[in-house]
Design a protein around this ligand. Structure first.
Ligand SMILES: [Zn+2]
Length: 258
């Protein structure tokens, strides 16, 4: 195998990597073409930038995750805007809506902070990395009303083929990770089968959602290869070609990555 995978979504700032982060990064340098570490608040966005400054194959995204926005202050938007000018900050994310947890931030606040960060992305001309958990309806409404001039990826896509069609029409990319390898993930695989080759991104969402056969263990950006191999099986296509294509897609969407 000569083509190397690009992990478009991994949280190397997680405590799960505290014991051996540097070793993991050193190995990854050989194993993958590159990776994007999205932030979920100020602290993790800053860490992502630190990794991107330390490792040439690592890129950062900055943003406030919907589960964290209760702590977000108006000043934090200015911070994100400053960071967005950094040469290795390639996107605003991860941002979005999460209606799965009841104890998450109230939906109105989630929407407000999400729309503010979408406006920021438009202003600084960066793509967005979207988290959408059980919020597909509101998500589509927001993009129909406020999505003009935005580009981005729905990471770890979990919606229907119908919703995917709408998003593809709006120009979005779809990210597929470990969950697309799970036994009960027929719905995700039906989307994976449907989505055009020039809109597919691969990811791990490390340290979570570890692909089969390592499900339950710590995830690692190198496992993007397992996700890509599974996708090639599902799509009945050549894995090398699919990996090359998906890395091209990463560079097209995140245009600050050369
Ligand atoms: Zn994530």
């Amino acid at each position: 195998m000569s083509a190397k995978v690009f992990d478009s979504h991994a949280h190397m700032d997680s405590d799960y990597f505290d014991a051996d982060r540097e070793e993991v990064f050193a190995k990854l340098r050989q194993e993958i073409a590159g990776m994007i570490n999205p932030g979920c608040d100020n602290e993790t966005s800053f860490k992502a930038i630190t990794y991107a400054e330390t490792y040439d194959f690592v890129y950062a995204a900055v943003g406030w995750h919907p589960e964290e926005v209760l702590r977000m202050q108006d000043d934090d938007l200015k911070k994100l805007e400053e960071w967005s000018k950094h040469p290795k900050v390639v996107a605003i994310g991860e941002i979005g809506l999460d209606y799965y947890y009841d104890d998450c931030a109230p939906r109105d606040l989630q929407k407000k902070r999400f729309i503010e960060q979408l406006d920021l992305a438009r202003r600084v001309d960066l793509p967005v990395i979207i988290h959408d958990r059980d919020a597909h309806g509101d998500m589509l409404d927001i993009f129909h009303n406020e999505g003009k001039g935005l580009r981005g990826v729905f990471h770890c896509y979990s919606g229907s083929v119908e919703t995917a069609k709408e998003l593809l029409k709006m120009g979005f990319y779809l990210g597929f990770g470990g969950s697309s390898t799970f036994k009960n993930a027929e719905k995700v695989r039906s989307v994976l089968k449907y989505v055009p080759e020039d809109r597919i991104l691969f990811e791990t969402d490390s340290p979570y959602l570890t692909p089969v056969p390592y499900r339950g263990k710590r995830n690692n950006p190198a496992y993007t290869l397992l996700v890509a191999k599974n996708a090639a099986l599902v799509r009945n296509t050549d894995v090398e070609n699919l990996i090359e294509k998906s890395t091209e897609n990463v560079k097209k969407l995140f245009s600050k990555i050369s």
